[in-house]
Write a protein that binds this ligand. Structure first.
Ligand code: NAP
Length: 296
């Protein structure tokens, strides 16, 4: 049994924290909007009124926050984790942030006698709810080993991919692939619709061949229904395409298809769909062919 402070109980963090309770751990959660601690309390966890309260007495601090500045503020801000955690505490950052920020924060954690790994996840809301996430883990082998039982409680495919920051690099690649997949799935549906194809039948047979994918399985029906409730918000995918662009530039490689898809993601956001699921890329792509699917 591990005592865990869990910060960020949104679409992903909420169910992940509850799985940790179900695995027998003592979990105290903190979220900026306090009402999101309710499902954790109902599941047997505890609610904290501040980061410091969630961290008090914890052996492990888990974070599932939107972006790099959020993680930096919670870790190194006033009364944050670095200022309040006991020496030796293991910080597991499940958030998707910039790899360079992950490395920098891990150095600052080490300077305060804390340990840190990056453990961004893939698998969407369904993966969080079913504890079937893919988790790409960066950090020292000892720290990853110590975190392993907790990672296994929320994920199915847990892989140590290298030193701190490597998890974020692999996650950036994941987001590049997912965005490209969504864009092409949306184009294919617009194309099929223009031909008057039987869309459910087309999706079924496409799913059984090489065009099949987790994206097709999880997102095609949302596109056909024009149901863009998140899921994974366009705002977050826009953030991730920025991470990809910066990291690619830093490595001196180009991602031309990714750059185009990033523009479509940005256009979707600019048109008012930032809070919609990333399947709303379909709305932008349909609009390019003059197909209106309605704006929020
Ligand atoms: P989300 O629903 O917006 O959850 C983030 C939570 O963090 C919100 O409940 C937010 O509180 C809370 N928060 C923000 N700043 C905080 C602070 N300073 N202190 C305490 N709580 C704070 O986002 P999400 O979809 O769970 O995504 C979280 C991370 O997972 C992101 O990095 C995302 O890229 C990544 N991710 C998401 C998915 C997905 O399918 N959704 C999949 C893989 C990875 P409020 O309620 O006040 O906003």
């Amino acid at each position: 049994m591990t005592t865990i402070g869990f910060i960020g109980l949104g679409i992903m963090g909420g169910p992940m924290a509850r799985h940790l309770v179900a695995a027998g751990h003592e979990v105290t959660g903190f979220n900026r909007s306090p009402e999101k601690t309710r499902p954790l309390v109902d599941a047997g966890g505890r609610a904290a009124g501040s980061v410091a309260e969630a961290v008090d007495g914890a052996d492990v601090v888990a974070l599932m926050l939107p972006d790099s500045p959020d993680v930096e503020a919670v870790l190194d801000g006033e009364d944050g984790v670095f200022a309040t955690a006991k020496p030796g505490t293991l910080v597991i950052d499940f958030s998707t942030i910039r790899p360079d920020v992950a490395r920098d924060l891990a150095e600052r954690a080490a300077a305060r006698g804390l340990r840190m790994i990056d453990a961004p996840v893939s698998g969407g809301q369904a993966g969080a709810e079913n504890a079937t996430l893919s988790i790409m883990v960066g950090g020292k082998a000892d720290d990853v080993g110590a975190a392993r039982p907790l990672l296994d409680a929320v994920g199915r495919t847990v892989v140590h991919v290298g030193p701190i920051g490597s998890g974020q690099t692999v996650k950036a690649a994941n987001q590049l692939i997912v965005a490209g997949n969504i864009a092409l799935l949306a184009e294919a549906l617009v194309f099929l619709q223009a031909h008057g194809a039987d869309l459910p039948a087309a999706v079924e047979v496409l799913g059984g061949g090489l065009a099949g994918s987790a994206v097709l399985t999880q997102k095609a029906q949302k596109m056909l229904d024009a149901d863009y409730t998140p899921g994974f918000r366009i705002d977050l995918h826009h953030k991730d395409m920025g991470i990809v662009a910066d990291a690619a530039r830093a490595a001196g490689v180009v991602t031309p298809v990714g750059a185009l898809v990033a523009q479509l993601v940005a256009a979707t956001r600019a048109a008012g769909d930032g809070g919609s699921d990333h399947s709303a890329l379909h709305r932008t792509i349909a609009g390019l062919s003059g197909e209106a699917t309605g704006r929020p």
